[in-house]
Ligand binder design. Sequence first.
Ligand code: G6Q
Length: 538
Amino acid sequence: MNAQAWAKVDELIDRSQGKTLREYFAEDPDRASRFSIEAAGWFLDYSKNLIDAKMMKALVKLAESAGLKDEIEKMFTGKKINATEGRAVLHTALRNMDPKAKVKVDGKDVMPGVRKVLAAMGDFSDKVRRGEWKGFTGKRIKYVVNIGIGGSDLGPVMANIALTPYSKRSMKFFFVSNVDSTHLAETLREVKAEQTLFIVASKTFTTQETMSNAGAARDWLVEKLGSAKAVAKHFVAVSTAEKEVAAFGIDTKNMFGFWDWVGGRYSLPSAIGLSLMIAIGRNNYKRLLRGYYKMDRHFRTARFERNMPVVLALLGILYVNGYGAESYCILPYDQYLSRFPAYCQQMDMESNGKSVDKDGNPVTYSTGPIEWGEPGTNGQHSFYQLIHQGTHLIPCDFIGCSNTHNPIGDLHDKLMANLFAQTEALAFGKTAEECRKEGEPEKLIPFKTFEGNRPTNTLLCDKLTPETLGALVALYEHKVFVQGVIWNVYSYDQWGVQLGKVLAKGVLSDLVAKKPSLKHDSSTNQLIARYRKAVGRA
Ligand code: G6Q
């Protein structure tokens, strides 16, 4: 992070000390409209933040000092910005809806390949949806089970829930990720083999959890249908690894490819979205891509002051590095977005959970925050207490949709009233004087006083549609990108995940070996020994 540009931000924080959101709002009647942006179907009100025009200018300078404009271009044009893996980062190419667009990696245009896979996914999902793709016994597919984990699971799960109103209701969709056999077993109880399509979604096709679950699902299917030939009709793959797919026994005709320049957590708009496309149909899937594309164009072209992902990123940095905020909360007031916080959690924490800068030196400042959240209003009845009156500063994003897909009486008005009221209360709190006016007994005043000054962003769209969902995902993707650029970390590798993949293998051999070597520390050795005894392998 550029020290000089940051020093200016820091100085402004010092100078504004003690200034409250009440004061900010009182001195500027235009504050709400001044600090609002509209883009790609979303309206962002960021006026309830600890900022003024000078602070926003200093933050924009911080972005400029990081060479953000050039970095954005490098990403969109396929430069190998994922340097530790030697890869381009081109999830934006997957939803580039310009029919004439050319995006080159190593001198080769990737767009024809992108369009080809999209068309193949469309043809396949049409066949499944229309009942033309038949199972081994000639029956149509009713159940789709996506087997994948991490980036090959969280996006499809989140989007399948989010776009339920667009989903083919006569079909059922399941997602198996955990290597805990309960996840697969409970799913198989819900489906009939004859009518089930398994999508094995794995970029590498070597991930332990996915390959174990896929192998077990294949055994189950073969046993139920009495022939190994059934696999061809009930298994398809989404992967970059053709050889491994063939070795598993899936006909590579039924493999939907993608490329090493699509990071797992950014892969929803690639073939990883196949289960979603079967659920909502190819046209709605295209609408999703169009929404992504709108936000991509906004991000690439809007000046930083009016650029939604850039502004969200800068506000996040202000709290992490200027106010010591360690966590960050995403609060969707829409049941269909119930998995959106979990999805963002991976996108953000795997990308910017880094402590070494691009030169390989330890960073001297905090980077990606801990991200969490739950749908409103449920959170209000559990953890909001800490956000209102606890000792931690937790900036929050409130996300709402003005129109519901399911109008019932005044429920939606009540939902939205809660959203707006929460942002109001977090910003302005309640003074001791106001408590007294309400007749609170003096001894309860300290407990009933709310300090306020808790920063929030509010994001509103007219309705949750494939377009607005796509734009929302792109918004957070680009926010994370901007923060990574300013913190000068590599956002597109994930060595911590790779470590986990290796570690478990070593322990597994000790769990199952006749004579385990048990060369771990005393605690791990003790746990392994205890487990072995409990399962009769001591
Ligand atoms: C995502 C991560 C990680 C990955 C999973 C699954 O960015 O790299 O979550 O998606 O480990 O990997 P495969 O798709 O290769 O099975």
